[in-house]
Design a protein around this ligand. Structure first.
Ligand code: FES
Ligand SMILES: [Fe+2]
Length: 437
C-alpha cells in the first residue's frame, strides 16, 4: 500500500460482518469462561514460546509457561526445534525450570530420569526394576507441533493444527517485509497484571482511546479516524495502520512542528525550520530522504520495504492475544496470557525487537534509547516499575475497567464502528467457546 493511497482517507480493504452480540461482563471474571477459553482457544492456537536466537546447540532449550501448562522447546542435532510438554513421564515433575537453558540431556530433578533432545528417555535409575523391563528407548516426552518463524519459536497444543504459515495467512505475508527474523530482542518486560487478559486485548483492538489516554503521541502519530486503516484477516487476525511522522489531524495544531518530528527531520538531513507551520508535510519529505539515504544512514533493512512500512505504524494482531506494532526499525510485541488460576489477572509481555542502526550500540525503543544487545525476560512487579509510558497508560485503565465490568450497571457495551475489531474478537470467542449468553 502506498503513502498516496493512505493519505487523507480511510480505507477498509478487508472487512467482515459482525452480529452485535452483547459483550457481557461475566467473560472478564468467571471461571466458566476461563475454562472454556482453555479448552477451546488456548489449546488450539499458535503461541510464541521464545526467541529462536537463544537456541544455538543441540540440547539448548526454551520453556514457556501458559496458564497451568508448561512447554519445553529443544534444539535438535539437525538444527530444527521440537516442542514437548514440560512434564516428566515418570511421575510428572516439571523438567525444565528456566526460560532459557541447555545441556546434552534434559534431566529430571526428582529421580534423575534423562531425556535426549528428541524427547526419548535414555537413562533411568535401576532400569531393571520395571515390570515390563527398562522404559529407556521406549518412552518419549509428549510432543506437540513446533515451528520457527519471524525469529520466534512457536508451539501449538493442538496436534491436528494447520501449519503456522497457513494460520498466519495473508497477515503473515504482510509481516514479512519487516524481516523480524533478523531483529534482536532488546527489551522483554513481563508482569502479572490485575485484569482479565481480554481487557488488554480490547484495548489493543481499537484506537478510539488514543486521544484520551495517550495525548502525548498525537504530535507524531496521526490518530484521526479519517486517516486510520482497519483490516480484518482470516483466523481472527487484524491490522490497523496509523500514519506516522505526522501530527494528529484531529486538532487545529496539525501543522505545528514539535520535538519528536523535528528530531526525525534533523536525523534525515532536513531542516526543521523549513517545516515550521507545515508539520503535516514532514512525513512525505522524510520518506523521500529515507529512500535516498537509508544505506548511508545505517538502515539497510529498509531495502524492499514499501512506503507505508517506512513511515507508518502497523499494529498487527494475531488472534487471540499477540500484537506486533511494527515500526520502520523494530517491532513491539504486546501480549496478554491467562493467569494460571485467577481470571481477574493475566500475564502481560512487552518486548521490543530491533534492527541494528549502523555501527551504533544503541537503538530507539518504546522506553527511549536502549542498548542494542539481546536480553532475557525481566519480571516486573506490577506498579513498582514502568512497563513503558504508553503501556502504563493502557494498564492503568485496564484495572479500572476490571472493576467496572462487575457492575450491575454495565449491560454489554455500546461500540462505534471503529471498534469493530473488538466486537469481532468477542464474537469469535463466543463461537469457539460455544457460549452465547
Ligand atoms: S518425576 Fe521425573 S524422574 Fe521421577
Ligand atoms: Fe493504548
Amino acid at each position: 500500500m502506498t503513502v498516496e493511497t493512505l493519505m487523507g482517507r480511510r480505507i477498509e480493504e478487508l472487512d467482515r460482518p459482525v452480529r452485535g452480540d452483547p459483550i457481557t461482563g461475566e467473560r472478564y471474571y468467571s471461571q466458566r469462561w476461563a475454562q472454556a477459553e482453555w479448552d477451546h482457544v488456548w489449546t488450539k492456537v499458535w503461541h510464541i514460546g521464545g526467541m529462536a536466537a537463544d537456541l544455538l546447540d543441540a540440547g539448548d532449550f526454551l520453556t514457556h509457561n501458559l496458564g497451568r501448562e508448561s512447554i519445553v522447546m529443544l534444539k535438535q542435532e539437525d538444527g530444527s526445534v521440537r516442542a514437548f510438554y514440560n512434564a516428566c513421564k515418570h511421575r510428572g515433575y516439571r523438567l525444565a525450570w528456566t526460560e532459557v537453558g541447555g545441556a546434552p540431556h534434559l534431566v529430571c530433578g526428582y529421580h534423575g530420569w534423562k531425556y535426549a533432545p528428541d524427547g526419548t528417555l535414555v537413562d533411568v535409575q535401576d532400569p531393571d526394576d520395571f515390570p515390563g523391563g527398562s522404559p529407556c528407548g521406549k518412552t518419549k516426552l509428549e510432543e506437540i507441533p513446533c515451528e520457527v518463524w519471524g525469529g520466534f519459536v512457536w508451539f501449538n497444543m493442538d496436534r491436528d493444527t494447520k501449519p503456522l504459515g497457513e494460520w498466519l495467512g495473508p497477515l503473515g505475508k504482510v509481516l514479512e517485509q519487516w524481516n523480524m527474523g533478523k531483529m534482536t530482542r532488546v527489551m522483554a518486560l513481563k508482569s502479572d497484571v490485575p485484569c482479565n487478559w481480554k481487557i488488554i486485548r480490547d484495548n489493543f483492538n481499537e484506537s478510539y482511546h488514543l486521544p484520551t489516554l495517550h495525548p502525548q503521541i498525537s504530535n507524531v502519530i496521526d490518530d484521526a479516524l479519517e486517516s486510520t486503516v482497519f483490516e480484518m484477516y482470516p483466523e481472527g487476525h487484524n491490522r490497523m495502520i496509523m500514519m506516522g511522522l505526522r501530527p494528529s489531524g484531529r486538532y487545529s495544531t496539525a501543522d505545528i512542528l514539535e520535538m519528536p518530528l523535528a528530531q526525525a527531520l534533523e536525523f534525515w538531513d532536513l531542516d526543521p525550520k523549513d517545516f515550521e507551520g507545515r508539520a503535516s508535510e514532514a512525513r512525505k519529505a522524510i520518506l523521500a530522504q529515507k529512500r535516498k539515504l537509508y544505506q548511508e544512514k545505517g538502515h539497510p533493512h529498509y531495502e524492499g520495504m514499501d512506503d507505508a512500512a517506512l513511515v507508518d505504524y502497523h499494529h498487527c494482531t494475531l488472534f487471540p492475544n499477540t500484537t506486533f506494532t511494527m515500526w520502520p526499525d523494530g517491532v513491539q510485541l504486546l501480549r496478554s496470557e491467562p493467569h494460571p488460576t485467577d481470571p481477574e489477572r493475566c500475564i502481560f509481555d512487552h518486548w521490543f525487537m530491533a534492527h541494528p542502526i549502523g555501527g551504533s550500540d544503541m537503538v530507539m525503543g518504546p522506553m527511549g534509547p536502549t542498548q542494542f544487545e539481546p536480553v532475557d525476560r525481566e519480571t516486573i512487579v506490577f506498579g513498582e516499575k514502568t512497563l513503558g509510558d504508553v503501556a502504563d497508560q493502557d494498564m492503568s485503565v485496564a484495572i479500572g475497567q476490571q472493576q467496572g465490568l462487575h457492575s450491575r450497571g454495565y449491560t454489554g457495551g455500546i461500540l462505534p464502528n471503529q471498534e469493530k475489531r473488538v466486537q469481532a474478537f468477542h464474537e469469535m470467542l463466543n463461537d469457539m467457546c460455544d457460549i452465547h449468553d
